[in-house]
Design a protein around this ligand. Structure first.
Ligand code: G
Ligand code: G
Ligand code: NA
Ligand code: MN
Length: 258
């Protein structure tokens, strides 16, 4: 209850910040996207990470206004980068929680935020998990189709940790699969994890989706993923999630083909 009222206050007092973790195209080395990740800068308490408050926010329904705030902040940032002449990151990925996704107005919320911020739909990617989609596949299909028709990209986060029906996966307008970092961690030493990663890459490609590996922390993991034709990567090996100005520095330091 204390956390819940803290979160409510945090929204009113503007204590949330968004950090951005870059995503790289493996073949070109270009930074093609960034995932927006929420942090709570509570006065006198340092940084609080979403693992410690997202589920409470979800239960209390606070995730709906918080999620809209993240979406608006990320879209505003991308528009500002575009206006400043920065081509990269081409797209910003924003996490949608189950409650937000089931919220009947999510399509309206997304289109309103895009309109208000001047962020183009194709600059936005929404990340949802398998369980969110499979909980009510028919309703999810309609929502995903509307978002996709709008031009927004859709990805499945933490892929492989939930349950999906491959039949639905084929019918949903999903653009990419994110291999969960629990499979990436031991990818070079655990034959089962390596097999799972290979299977997800093959599955994504046969369904005409791109595939991104999360949680890449070493050169060895990256070279395995490159050999297996994984399209993109994200992880500490490239960069931790950082404040927007730090991402700008990183982009200036990396030679962009533009
Ligand atoms: O950034 P960190 O590694 O602490 O994130 C932990 C978890 O919190 C991840 O599963 C991530 O998807 C989730 N998360 C981070 N930011 C957001 C957000 O803005 N909305 C939602 N729903 N989840 C988020
Ligand atoms: O569930 P989701 O994929 O949204 O989780 C993203 C979370 O993963 C963020 O909290 C981010 O801080 C964390 N993360 C990002 N890259 C790495 C990494 O290379 N290693 C580990 N252990 N965590 C990472
Ligand atoms: Na995510
Ligand atoms: Mn994930």
């Amino acid at each position: 209850l204390k956390l819940e009222s803290g979160l409510r206050r945090a929204l009113e007092r503007d204590e949330f910040v968004v950090h951005y973790q870059p995503q790289m195209e493996i073949a070109s080395g270009e930074i093609i996207g960034a995932e927006a990740l929420l942090r709570w800068q509570a006065p006198g308490q340092g940084m609080i990470f979403p693992g410690d408050f997202i589920s409470i926010a979800e239960e209390a329904g606070l995730i709906v206004p918080m999620g809209e705030w993240v979406l608006r902040t990320a879209c505003t940032q991308k528009k500002a980068w575009h206006d400043a002449g920065m081509r990269a990151p081409m797209k910003i990925a924003v996490n949608l929680s189950a409650r937000q996704f089931k919220h009947q107005d999510i399509v309206k919320v997304v289109s309103r935020v895009l309109e208000q911020t001047g962020c183009r739909p194709e600059w936005l990617e929404l990340e949802i998990t398998e369980s969110v989609v499979m909980d009510n596949p028919e309703a999810a299909a309609r929502t995903l189709q509307k978002l996709s028709d709008m031009g927004v990209h859709l990805s499945i986060d933490d892929f492989g940790t939930g349950y999906s029906s491959l039949n639905y996966l084929k019918r949903f307008p999903i653009n990419s699969l994110k291999i969960d970092r629990s499979f990436v961690r031991d990818i070079t030493t655990d034959v089962d994890d390596a097999a799972i990663a290979r299977a997800v890459i093959a599955l994504a490609h046969s369904l005409k989706m791109t595939v991104i590996a999360e949680g890449v922390e070493s050169a060895e993991q990256l070279s395995f993923l490159r050999e297996q034709q994984c399209d993109q990567m994200q992880g500490y090996y490239l960069s931790r999630p950082v404040p927007a100005p730090e991402l700008e520095k990183l982009l200036n330091a990396t030679s962009q083909k533009s």
